[in-house]
Unconditional design. Structure first.
Length: 215
């Protein structure tokens, strides 16, 4: 019971910060341009998705299909975030390649798991790919010395959030269906990890949006 209360509490806090990142984005909307646009769309969709999930959970309605659809949208929008950022420095058409590949993976995941379980396969692949994007981005920035003051750049904060959240949540995504099937009593503890990480993820997005005001 304590585990359920902890997870529920973290869920509310996580939702609060998701809403906060959307509000900060609205406050900075006239500064949201270029590579920040896909992130603002993602924050808005996250806000809507959390609202729908709250209603579904309250009514005890199966909401797994929402997670499947959100994973696809999330991967596409974050991929566009990186593509729009790197187009200023190189020709990143190769970043378009993982999108159709990921769509195939998501379809295979649906055929295997259906909408009655978590999309652990596609979510795990997403976490791996986005973690690689974030790491490569940091290496590229350091090698090319792109910024005089990296802490003033929105990209730094958002990229840090992507790396922090997806690398930290990888194992949770990978074993979510196992715990759902064989250890349902412990799944609440398991999901407290990405909820905790999501809080800091959205805080870093808020900072990134706010830093855009000085660009």
């Amino acid at each position: 019971m304590e585990n359920i209360s902890l997870t529920t509490g973290l869920g509310y806090v996580s939702t609060f910060f998701c809403i906060s990142s959307f509000i900060v984005g609205l406050l900075c909307i006239k500064f949201i341009k270029g590579y920040l646009v896909p992130l603002f769309l993602l924050v808005f969709i996250s806000f809507v998705t959390d609202s729908i999930n709250y209603v579904y959970v309250s009514e005890n309605i199966n909401n797994y299909y929402i997670f499947h659809l959100f994973t696809i949208i999330e991967f596409i929008l974050i991929s566009l975030f990186y593509l729009l950022f790197f187009r200023r420095y190189l020709h990143p058409a190769y970043l378009l390649v993982p999108i159709p590949v990921f769509l195939i993976i998501a379809f295979v995941d649906y055929k295997i798991n259906g909408f009655n379980t978590m999309d652990n396969f596609s979510a795990s692949v997403e976490a791996i790919l986005l973690s690689v994007y974030a790491l490569v981005s940091f290496l590229f920035i350091m090698r090319k010395l792109l910024f005089e003051n990296i802490l003033s750049e929105p990209f730094f904060w958002i990229n840090s959030g992507v790396l922090f959240y997806f690398s930290g949540s990888l194992l949770v995504f990978a074993f979510s269906n196992y715990f759902l099937t064989f250890e349902p009593s412990n799944q609440y503890v398991l999901w407290s990890i990405p909820q905790f990480l999501n809080i800091f993820y959205n805080i870093l997005i808020c900072i990134g949006f706010w830093k855009a005001r000085a660009q």
